[in-house]
Design a protein around this ligand. Structure first.
Ligand SMILES: [Zn+2]
Length: 86
């Protein structure tokens, strides 16, 4: 697929690529040069739990993620509990 670079270096990632990669509007993307191959590389930052920063057992909640452990802690929390920091 060929895309033209627009004003100020903008270009659009094809919607089907976004869907296949599970990239969503608002995700943080790391952009870096591969000088050896003269390529520009886009890499989605590894998602992590919004509460504890863990990268394991994540559940996506809109634009953020929470790990199972935090979800379980929230599930059993009572009014007034203080859960964080862990
Ligand atoms: Zn967590």
């Amino acid at each position: 697929m060929i895309r033209k670079i627009e004003e100020a270096g903008k270009f659009f990632i094809p919607e089907d690529y976004m869907r296949e990669l599970m990239w969503y509007e608002g995700d943080n993307i790391e952009v870096f040069m591969d000088f050896r191959n003269s390529e520009l590389v886009l890499k989605k930052l590894t998602p992590s739990c919004i509460f504890c920063d863990s990268a394991g057992r994540l559940v996506r909640i809109g634009r953020v993620c929470a790990c199972r452990r935090c979800i379980e802690r929230l599930h059993i929390a009572a009014d007034g509990d203080f859960l964080y920091p862990i």
